[in-house]
Design a protein around this ligand. Structure first.
Ligand code: S3P
Length: 439
């Protein structure tokens, strides 16, 4: 049985500088792009969490050599059509929706059925959303209950380019179709609701045949078949989604200061910064620079008194989609009622996160009103917890675990948070960094 993490003391004030681990979205994309590049790609600071290790195993299953030594990783890519498809291959994506969905774009021409499996949480998630567009290229899918994992994909040699309207704001669906488009002769078109654009930026950096027109609410993307893909040497910047826990811990403390170094602040990912600034959190971006098409900066944050409630503009949703659980803790301490809406996608994550957000807040004694796509949070600037709280059976959602730890360190109470190993999905050093702040 996995370990129960117990906390019964708030964290004392701190004044520190930290560096969190590499970005998960970029790490998985680097592995996949490197597998189809022509030659050896090298990464430093690759996130070696379970999701990324699953990606490495997946490309190894497809005949790609990967070497990991200390903090660096080399992948010997075999070109856009160089993946080795054999009979009876199975890929275990573990907890990773990003891996399971993106890799399907690269399997679009497999002549043998490939099976994709995942853990309990991933097996509950929706794969019809990606099977539907990929079938239009000519692939065939079988989905468990016509919806999820385990699934099989059978590709085709006769790929047809497609027109695809991505309406949910899912970067995973958009990126899988981009990968399939890079394997297909002819023009593939995507009209995509705004979502993180790492795949497009990497294509641009690699000079691949992809064009993007940014419209107000959508992006129009045109993709052609890739020929040669340059190997990609990359130092993965730190993950804003992992930084988010420490940003909030600092903001909620009495008198702390924190500098987080080298964080990826891609505009399509930094919704949390905009939202927290609107709520009165003192947060500053320092030394903003461009690294191979991605923006990086140091983030400086201070304890913030007088936190204001927010009626969160829906246009900020996609850029903060992985951060809402932790943002809800800030709303719990705000002066007034905060409102977050149009968030049905939150219930499609590793756990139904809108449901879990409300559950954690209610256990903390915070009043909420939820629907299936919105939450109102009744904030209390004097919030203190004096009771026992047990968090369990949350499908090992790493972000539920880490949000609960930050709640315990910020508001007190006697917490027992089950399944400590959930952090290994995205942020294995999370508890080590907490200890660093305590010293
Ligand atoms: C991701 C996209 C988002 C996000 C996930 C990572 C990616 O998912 O929630 O954690 O790397 O493309 P959706 O595409 O389902 O919105």
């Amino acid at each position: 049985m996995s370990k129960i993490f117990k906390i019964s003391k708030k964290i004392d004030d701190f004044n520190k500088s930290i560096e969190v681990s590499g970005d998960k979205s970029l790490s998985i994309r680097w592995v996949l792009f490197s597998a189809i590049a022509n030659g050896i790609s090298k990464a430093k600071n690759l996130l070696l969490s379970e999701d990324v290790i699953a990606a490495i195993k997946a490309v190894r299953t497809l005949g790609i050599k990967v070497k990991i030594k200390n903090n660096s990783c080399n992948i010997e890519g075999k070109g856009i059509d160089g993946l080795k498809f054999k009979k009876n291959l199975e890929i275990d994506a573990k907890n990773s929706g990003t891996l399971a969905r993106l890799i399907l774009g690269l399997l679009i021409n497999t002549p043998y059925k490939i099976k994709i499996v995942g853990d309990k949480s991933l097996s509950k998630r929706d794969f019809k959303r990606i099977a539907d567009p990929l079938e239009k290229f000519g692939a065939k899918f079988t989905l468990n209950n016509n919806r999820g994992l385990p699934l099989t994909i059978l590709g085709t040699k006769n790929l047809k380019p497609i027109k695809y309207f991505e309406k949910r704001g899912s970067a995973q669906c958009k990126s899988a179709v981009i990968f399939a488009g890079l394997k297909t002769s002819g023009k593939t078109f995507i009209k995509a609701k705004k979502s993180r654009n790492h795949t497009e930026l990497l294509c641009k950096y690699l000079s691949l045949p992809l064009k993007v027109k940014n419209k107000k609410n959508y992006d129009l993307i045109e993709i052609n078949k890739a020929k040669i893909i340059k190997p990609l040497s990359y130092k993965i910047p730190s993950d804003i989604s992992s930084s988010a826990f420490f940003i909030v811990l600092t903001a909620l403390s009495k008198n702390s200061h924190l500098l987080i170094k080298n964080v990826n602040i891609n505009p399509s990912r930094k919704g949390i910064i905009t939202i927290l600034k609107k709520m009165g959190v003192k947060i500053f971006l320092k030394k903003i620079r461009n690294y191979k098409g991605e923006l990086i900066s140091n983030i400086f944050v201070k304890s913030s008194k007088n936190i204001k409630s927010i009626n969160c503009p829906t246009k900020l949703n996609s850029g903060a989609i992985d951060e809402f659980l932790i943002i809800f803790l800030v709303a719990a301490k705000a002066n007034g009622i905060s409102y977050f809406k149009d968030l049905s996608e939150l219930n499609q994550k590793e756990s139904p996160r809108l449901v879990w957000g409300a559950k954690i807040l209610n256990l903390m004694g915070v009043k909420t009103i939820t629907t299936n796509d919105s939450i109102k949070i009744f904030g209390n600037p004097k919030l203190e917890i004096n009771k026992k709280i047990i968090i369990k059976n949350y499908l090992k959602d790493h972000r539920v675990f880490m949000t609960s730890v930050i709640a315990a360190l910020s508001f007190g109470g006697e917490w027992q948070i089950h399944d400590e190993d959930s952090i290994n999905t995205s942020f294995p050093s999370f508890l080590k960094i907490i200890n660093q702040l305590k010293k």
